[in-house]
Structures are given as structure tokens and as C-alpha cells.
Write a protein that binds this ligand. Structure first.
Ligand code: ADP
Ligand code: MG
Length: 321
């Protein structure tokens, strides 16, 4: 199977590559063309997943297809963007049909749930690596950045924290868990649902937003720096799934604070807007507040500062050695 047959069968003909109103031109030409209205801005983000770094070698291709797109689509959620399309640059060691079939189905399933259309890409041979670029649209000036948190705002998250970090030792085969726990945690690792609907609800409401990819503490640090404020996180308010709390091989609180791969939105919100938002997104959880100062501070139930676990994965940082 040559490059063009591969692209045609597993990508251009996949359900995720079918026509959509905002895609004026899809796969097959030198560029795709996206249709934007005059009062919209284009939101663009790229993510690369490398075998052995971002996922174990030889994962299930269907699950990998889902995860590859979910991770990228989460950035659109974090900007409050409406999803349009995505490109896929895929580097493969070989053209294995059953692998490509599984990957393409996983990709299409996640694309359908995110309303994203595959509009192009690149296909090369080499060690397995996947780069997805997502495109979304935002009404002019309404994108949700990290820089607007105000002293007095609430710090909130859009769902449970730590499940993907709890799943990691299972993904790596370092331990086992009873089936119900393993299933729940692994589902979040392989198929974290991008919080696109929440992101759109946060437009005009939240003052700063990001998606938690590197761990709550590390990512809240980005909001604190960009907004020039301090963030206080109250440990006992962190929402933890039943599966994570019951999994005795991991420290649930450390997973929630410092584990990566959650792809849940963290945001700051004026308190007066909480009830209205909760009515539409009941999973919103207040986990702390914005204060004057700098940095991220973790408080215990008594309001005392606690030493946080080592935070945030950085490819070239201290967590790597
Ligand atoms: P070019 O040589 O102009 O860069 P290619 O030959 O690489 O184009 O690709 C042909 C067409 O197939 C282009 O429209 C490109 O966007 C698309 N394409 C290539 N690889 C993929 C892929 N993995 N997924 C989706 N579309 C792809
Ligand atoms: Mg090319």
C-alpha cells in the first residue's frame, strides 16, 4: 500500500473527513480552506504525541486515535472556541492495515463527539509520532485566555481530577486494579472528553481559563503568572472520582494536584456568576480562590499551607531527571 492509497483509505474516506459547512475545501489539495465569518477569530493549537513519551509503545490503535484528538481538542475547549477542523501529521514505522483501521476508527469516534472534521495532514515513515493541529472559531475578542483572573474570583474546575494520573501505573503495567476501578481510570486516560461545551459556556463569564494537561498545580501556576495574582487551592475541595479514591496503589490527592493528562478545564470566575454556570454545568467545583500576590498555595482543611507534591511534567525540566 503506497502513501496515497493509505491516505485515501484510512483518512480521506474516514467518517471524520466527511464534508461540513465550515470546510470549503477538505483533504486532497495543497491546503484546506476553512470558512470564517467576518466577526470571528481563528483559534489554532498543535499537539504532538510521541510513542514511548506520551503513550506506551504498542498501545491499542483505536484508543490511541481517540486520545490523540482528545488531547488537542481540549485546547479549543480552553479557549472557548467552537470546533471546526483538524489536521493530522502521522509518522508510522509501517503501513499495517489493521492498525490503521483501528486508529482511524478511534479518531473518527472522537472527532464525531467533538464536532471536528479532518481537513488534511501529512503521512511519513519513521518512529510512531502523531501531530494534530486543531482549528476553532471564536467571536472576535471573546477567546478565553489565562491572563484575566481578578483578586476575589473563585478558582473552579470542570470535573474530577487525577483519574488519568491514577491510570498511569495501570497503563505502564506497574500494577493491577479491580476491573471497575481499572475501567473507570483507563477510560479517562485513553478517552478524556474535551470540555468543549463548558468552554463555550465560559465565554463572557470566566476571567481566565486553561485545560489541565500538566497537572493542576503546574497549570494553575500559568494562570497565576499570566494574571499577576496568587491562587489558593483547598485540598479538601478537589473533586475525586470514586474509582480514584478506592484505588489504593496511588495517592489520590497527589494525582489530583500534580498528575498530568486530566484535560479538565480550570478557570477563575466572579462569584456572582457561579449559580448560573452551575445550573448549566453541574460538575463545576469551586476548589479555591484568587488572592493578591503570586504563586499557587495549597491549603489543608484547617486553612494551613501544605507542601505540595512535586508538580508538573516538563520535557526538559527537573521532573525529567
Ligand atoms: P503535499 O505534497 O501537497 O504536502 P501530500 O501529498 O502530503 O500533499 O498530501 C495529499 C493530501 O492528503 C493533502 O490534502 C494532505 O492534506 C492530505 N493528507 C496527507 N496525509 C494525511 C493524513 N494523515 N490525514 C489527513 N489528510 C492527509
Ligand atoms: Mg505533504
Amino acid at each position: 500500500m503506497g502513501e496515497f492509497e493509505l491516505i485515501g483509505r484510512f483518512f480521506a474516506a474516514a467518517p471524520c473527513a466527511q464534508a461540513a459547512p465550515a470546510v470549503a475545501l477538505g483533504i486532497g489539495d495543497d491546503c484546506a480552506l476553512l470558512q470564517l465569518a467576518a466577526d470571528e477569530q481563528l483559534a489554532v493549537s498543535t499537539d504532538t504525541l510521541v510513542a514511548g513519551v506520551h503513550f506506551p509503545h504498542s498501545p491499542d490503535p483505536f484508543l490511541l486515535g481517540q486520545r490523540t484528538l482528545a488531547v488537542a481538542a481540549s485546547d479549543l475547549a480552553a479557549m472557548g472556541a467552537d470546533p471546526l477542523g483538524f489536521t493530522l501529521a502521522i509518522t508510522l514505522p509501517e503501513a499495517d492495515e489493521s492498525w490503521l483501521d483501528g486508529f482511524s476508527r478511534g479518531l473518527s469516534q472522537m472527532a464525531a463527539s467533538c464536532s471536528l472534521v479532518l481537513i488534511g495532514g501529512d503521512t511519513t515513515r519513521g518512529p510512531l509520532s502523531l501531530t494534530v493541529t486543531v482549528f476553532g472559531r471564536v467571536p472576535h475578542g471573546q477567546a478565553l485566555t489565562r491572563g484575566g483572573a481578578q483578586v476575589g474570583d473563585l478558582l473552579c474546575v470542570g470535573g474530577n481530577l487525577g483519574d488519568a494520573a491514577g491510570a498511569l501505573p495501570l497503563v505502564l503495567g506497574q500494577c493491577v486494579a479491580e476491573p471497575a476501578i481499572a475501567e473507570a481510570l483507563l477510560a479517562h486516560y485513553w478517552s478524556p472528553p474535551p470540555q468543549l461545551a463548558l468552554g463555550q459556556l465560559l465565554r463572557g463569564r470566566a476571567t481566565a481559563v486553561l485545560d489541565i494537561s500538566d497537572g493542576l498545580l503546574a497549570d494553575c501556576g500559568h494562570i497565576a503568572r499570566a494574571s499577576n495574582v496568587a491562587l489558593q487551592i483547598e485540598c479538601q475541595e478537589l473533586p475525586l472520582s470514586a474509582a480514584l479514591r478506592r484505588f489504593d496503589q496511588v495517592d489520590a490527592l497527589a494525582c489530583a494536584l500534580a498528575g498530568g493528562d486530566d484535560y479538565v478545564l480550570a478557570f477563575t470566575l466572579p462569584a456572582a456568576r457561579l449559580a448560573d454556570l452551575r445550573a448549566q454545568w453541574p460538575a463545576v467545583q469551586v476548589i479555591g480562590r484568587v488572592t493578591a500576590g503570586e504563586g499557587v498555595h495549597v491549603l489543608d482543611a484547617a486553612g494551613q499551607a501544605v507542601d505540595p507534591p512535586r508538580s508538573g511534567y516538563q520535557h526538559f525540566g527537573p521532573a525529567h531527571d
